[in-house]
Design a protein around this ligand. Structure first.
Ligand code: AMP
Length: 555
């Protein structure tokens, strides 16, 4: 009998990250970092690069170093995931995947130290609206960090898993997740059989950082007012970093107090401002309003899925920014349902660990059932079902159940996501180049769709499949409203007539990662058209990044 594989859950956040694992009672537990903190700022400080012992500092010390060494510190790298915008340092440039890998290494290194276990298999969480490139980039960040990423799970689903696995009643919950850089709003149907995402929405450029930025703008205005100067003080990196830290700190103070004193220096000037909660709420009202609008939009989408599909029994607040009291007040006023503040900093990482454990238990049962089948010579589907039952019984003897259900219900409870984007290819529709969507936003995952297209001319040598991602649910979408996420070339045999059918197959897996296959149907020549994504680190670059990473010490 093989061991049950340990899978760690990682919430790789825009501002803070967190790692969790399942303890011996099968309870999700968050592990502190070497500084004793349960969440680690996702901030990377390149210290002494180029010297004998290059060192990369991750976490609170890195965040604090941003005041003194703004050019050596990277924050908010998650906003760059899925792009090829590098961070330049010294003579080197670091891709977003690489910088994220250093955050992962710090979490894993410290967690390994406290559990005494080698960490290999992980589940990493991603915002629900992350597209294919961002998800692929997250997986590759894990690979650079030397990890085996067994799955990606959307953050709101992870929060719902953490919540749902410990509850026995069936409910429709709205997960309102306002983090440091991202806002996800998701409707999830929790029952004993499944935890199923109905609809998801949000904005990947809306989060606590925007509330900080609003304070920064206010402070800049106050500086101008108090000193009479017209200078743009944010051009000074040091001042900008100082304001950034002061703004976040004042914002947090205002979650429990009515006033926050702020003092900052620029050149010879020292400025003092007292920010009241009332003023803070006034200068950030438009941001809160935007989250309400996005929530209503998401509920409109849910309505399209059928009668009562937009029903909400409870709202779960997730993400550090939901600590701002105005969020709870406004949601209660708007929606008038029960509100639960659910472990805002840790539920996502815990949900990832729970999901990882579920996958691990499922794998164990599958492997054990195969062993049983082999030893008894069974092979029919009936034999397999019996072997699986036996394997589950055996498992119940060696592993405690997760939450109030049985191990069997833990294993059988399906966790189902939807896609947050639509995917299609460019084709000629009524004489115009348009995106033809194959997979549509909010379709259930995994999604497998095949559609036939015709060649444009006789004897065409190749067919270019331009794979496009977009936010619209229509059949056909203007090209300007979609982004190209990759291309695949299908080599065609000679002599095909115009309009020869080509079948295009999209497989969007549970993780929201896409595979594209093209089949030329006339000669039935299957040609796998590999999707070449343009903005993601290549496998070769991953290997190079691994080598560079292993030469770096992380602390
Ligand atoms: P997350 O990405 O979920 O870790 O959320 C991080 C965000 O939550 C950051 O923007 C923090 O500034 C914010 N945050 C954390 N604690 C508080 C608090 N007490 N009040 C307001 N915002 C907070």
């Amino acid at each position: 009998m093989s061991d049950i594989k340990k899978v760690y859950g990682i919430d790789l956040g825009t501002t803070y990250s967190c790692i969790s694992y399942m303890d011996e009672h099968n309870k999700a537990v968050v592990l502190s970092n070497s500084e004793g903190e349960r969440i680690t700022p996702s901030v990377v400080y390149f210290e002494d690069i180029g010297e004998d012992k290059p060192n990369v500092v991750v976490g609170t010390a890195a965040k604090e170093s941003s005041k003194l060494y703004p050019n050596d510190v990277v924050s908010f790298i998650k906003r760059q995931m899925g792009t090829d915008i590098p961070f330049y340092h010294g003579d080197e440039n670091y891709r977003p995947e690489e910088v994220s890998a250093y955050v992962l290494r710090k979490l894993v290194q410290d967690a390994a130290e406290s559990t005494g276990e080698d960490i290999e298999d992980v589940v990493i969480t991603v915002p629900a609206y992350f597209g294919v490139n961002e998800r692929e980039a997250t997986k590759r960040a894990g690979e650079i960090a030397g990890l085996n990423v067994i799955g990606l799970i959307p953050e709101p689903t992870a929060a719902a898993v953490a919540y749902g696995m410990t509850k026995e009643d069936d409910k429709k919950v709205l997960v309102y997740d306002l983090g440091g850089g991202t806002f996800d709003v998701t409707l999830i149907d929790i029952s004993q059989e499944s935890i199923e995402v109905v609809v998801t929405g949000g904005d990947h450029n809306l989060g606590g950082k925007d509330w900080d930025d609003a304070i920064i703008s206010y402070l800049v205005d106050q500086y101008k007012e108090q000193t009479g100067s017209d200078e743009d003080i944010l051009e000074d990196e040091e001042t900008a970093q100082q304001l950034q830290l002061s703004a976040e700190s004042a914002k947090k103070t205002l979650s429990s107090r009515n006033k926050a004193p702020i003092r900052f220096n620029h050149g010879a000037e020292s400025v003092r401002v007292e920010l009241t909660r009332e003023k803070f709420e006034e200068i950030t009202e438009h941001l809160l309003q935007r989250t309400i609008e996005l929530t209503n939009l998401m509920l409109e989408e849910a309505k399209k899925k059928g009668e009562g599909a937009d029903q909400v029994d409870e709202i779960i607040l997730v993400g550090g920014s939901t600590r701002m009291p105005q969020i709870e007040a406004r949601l209660t006023q708007e929606f008038n349902v029960q509100l639960t503040v659910f472990d805002p900093d840790e539920s996502v990482a815990k949900g990832a660990a729970l999901y990882g454990m579920q996958r691990s238990l499922q794998d164990w049962v599958k492997t054990r059932a195969q062993e049983i089948n082999e030893s008894t010579g069974g092979g029919s589907s009936e034999d397999t079902a019996k072997a699986e039952e036996q394997a589950i019984d055996e498992l119940a003897n060696i592993a405690p159940a997760i939450g109030p259900g049985s191990i069997e219900s833990n294993i059988k409870r399906a966790i189902k996501n939807v896609t947050s984007k639509s995917f299609g290819i460019i084709a000629i529709v009524d004489g115009e180049r348009k995106v033809v969507n194959l997979v549509k936003k909010n379709d259930s995952l995994p999604s497998v769709i095949t559609q036939s297209f015709g060649t444009l001319e006789a004897d065409q040598e190749t067919a270019l499949l331009e794979v496009m991602e977009n936010e619209l649910s229509d059949e056909n979408v203007e090209i300007d409203n979609a982004v190209n996420i990759g291309e695949a070339v299908l080599e065609l045999p000679h002599g095909l007539p115009e309009g020869a059918p080509i079948s295009v197959k999209f497989v969007l897996n549970e993780d929201g990662r896409l595979e594209v296959t093209g089949v030329e149907l006339t000669n039935n020549g299957q040609v796998n058209a590999t999707l070449e994504t343009s903005s993601i680190i290549t496998l070769e670059e991953v290997e190079e990044a691994k080598v560079r990473s292993s030469a770096l010490q992380i602390s």
